[in-house]
Design a binder for this molecule. Structure first.
Ligand code: NOJ
Length: 536
């Protein structure tokens, strides 16, 4: 049975890194009014929901992932009125808005921590993870910070350590304190009541730490954090119960949603945290690490399909604000053929596609030539071995001018050198550019019940060259064929599929159905081909 459209299941989510999307006031940093100005672009692109990376007041030690107040807007992004306007204007266009919730830690500038650090008997002391030094002044245990060094920071004033999974300016909350739990649930309710449609939960599976503070056992790995098995500081059993409580809150409003970022998560782990009494979805990040090969993507898809089965609705992600862009991972020049094939895959799998701003025009990472240019503290810390995450956070390329139409001021990160040729305005007029391809595929998807909600059925595939599958519901069967290679390749069909009266839906290379010759369709190099058995 065809189901009614449900935005988070049938739609497509677009992640915006607010600092870098559109600057409306010329200070070089993107803002909420800038996003509102671009809503028609997003509507026209065909996305159904926006996920905004954090927009709360922040000292920017981790660019918003260090929150100083959960219920306010950072002035550099605008005001609460600007946010409400963005929300209303999005809803008018049928676009949902998701906020990023960073709940494992706050900023050290948050009022809760400011209180907490004042004295051992402060009422907020127990809102964070404070510990005495061990023995002769030693660390409480061997837990590490993801961003380097011990996770324990000594506080001279009160003579105790506090724990931080990330920077020392991001103290971890004590989720075993019922007051913390209540304050966070109240805050979620504040945004839900305002009309926010959903949340992305930052590193949610790190909220609880083992109360026994046992040392993590070691394992082989590159550096500190990676040389431990995180069995005491991540994935504690109490998490499930908390997720159920959050879910109850979300379900008390119509059509609300939460997706979790499983920290250090394997697909197996991610799957555990999604379901009807947990989060609606969790990310599987396998695609971020795959090399460009039909076989690699095929393996990830099968694994994710099998793990989730009927338990939860899958999602797929090729890009986000923490990793080099797919265009940089998979291409060495300005050619976009591979990106077209991947877009064809992302927008036709069974699951919610998450797009990252600029993916639709094939933005490449910027390269930072020296340490002074680096903005991301993790890049400053590890330079030159790891240059941080600025590369994938450069300003959106709207127009062919040096600032890319992003700002009238000086952008906080430089534009990519290709901005004069690779930008939205230019791609509006180029028929074979990526942007029109994204628009077309999003339109095809929106008009196809099978592509939105249908089963996923793999067809025979050639690990080096081709991926082909069916998406199927009671009304429609869609055949998707993706040629990953620069050679022509043949897709062999079963007798019944070969006899099907296929209608043309979409192709990167042709405008009508290909001939089926001896039960085979010949695909052009890097072709994306979609056929449908009906006009549904
Ligand atoms: C995961 C976020 O995606 C990343 O950007 C951030 O630095 C860490 N969590 C810490 O909040």
């Amino acid at each position: 049975m065809k189901q009614d459209f449900l935005w988070w299941r049938d739609g497509v989510v677009y992640q915006i890194y607010p600092r870098s999307f559109m600057d409306s006031n010329g200070d070089g940093i993107g803002d909420l009014t800038g996003i509102t100005q671009k809503l028609d672009y997003l509507k026209n692109l065909g996305v159904d929901a926006l996920w905004l990376s954090p927009i709360y007041p922040t000292p920017d030690v981790d660019f918003g992932y260090d929150v100083a107040d959960y219920e306010e807007i950072d002035p550099k992004f605008g005001s609460m009125a600007d946010f409400e306007q963005l929300l209303a204007a999005s809803h008018q266009r049928g676009i949902r808005v998701m906020l990023d919730l960073v709940l494992n830690h706050t900023s050290d500038q948050h009022a809760w921590f400011q209180e907490s650090r004042k004295a051992k008997d402060n009422p907020y002391r127990d809102w964070y993870l404070w510990q005495d030094a061990k023995g002769g002044g030693g660390l409480p245990n061997n837990w590490q910070s993801r961003f380097g060094g011990s996770g324990w920071q000594w506080d001279q004033a009160t003579q105790q350590y506090y724990f931080h999974m990330f920077y020392k300016e991001q103290p971890d909350l004590n989720w075993r304190n019922p007051k913390v739990r209540q304050a966070i649930l109240d805050m979620m309710n504040f945004w839900l009541a305002k009309g926010v449609d959903g949340f992305r939960l930052d590193v949610f599976n790190a909220f609880f730490k083992s109360p026994g503070l046992e040392n993590n056992p070691g394992k082989l790995g590159l550096a500190g954090f990676d040389r431990q098995q995180h069995i005491y500081d991540i994935d504690q059993p109490e998490m499930i119960n908390l997720l159920a409580e959050m879910r109850e809150l979300l379900d008390s409003y119509p059509e609300r949603y939460a997706v979790g970022e499983t920290f250090m998560g394997t697909p197996e782990r991610a799957a555990i945290y999604s379901g009807s009494q947990a989060l609606h979805a969790t990310f599987d990040f396998s695609f971020l690490h795959n090399r460009y090969s039909a076989g690699a993507f095929n393996r990830s898809i099968h694994q994710w399909e099998n793990l989730l089965s009927e338990r939860a609705w899958p999602n797929y992600v090729l890009n986000n604000h923490d990793v080099p862009r797919s265009a940089t991972r998979y291409t060495r020049n300005e050619a976009d053929e591979r990106l077209k094939v991947l877009a064809g895959m992302m927008l036709t799998l069974r699951g919610t596609p998450y797009l990252y701003y600029g993916e639709e025009i094939g933005m490449r990472d910027i390269t930072l030539k020296n340490r002074a240019m680096v903005q991301d503290p993790v890049g400053k810390h590890y330079w030159p071995f790891y240059k941080g995450r600025d590369g994938c956070r450069s300003p959106m390329q709207w127009q062919p001018d040096t600032n890319g139409g992003f700002t009238s001021g000086t952008p906080w990160l430089p534009q990519h050198a290709n901005v004069l040729t690779r930008n939205v305005a230019a791609q509006e007029t180029q028929q074979d550019a990526l942007l029109p391809l994204y628009r077309s595929l999003l339109r095809v998807r929106k008009n196809s019940s099978a592509l939105q909600g249908g089963f996923y059925q793999p067809l025979t595939f050639d690990p080096r060259r081709m991926l082909a599958y069916l998406r199927q519901d009671s009304e429609q069967t869609v055949l998707v064929a993706l040629n990953f290679s620069r050679r022509k390749v043949k897709l062999f069909l079963s007798t019944s599929l070969a006899r099907t009266d296929w209608q043309f839906l979409y192709s990167t290379h042709r405008s009508e159905c290909p001939k089926i010759h001896q039960r085979a369709i010949q695909l052009e190099p890097f072709e994306v081909l979609l056929l449908s058995d009906s006009n549904a």
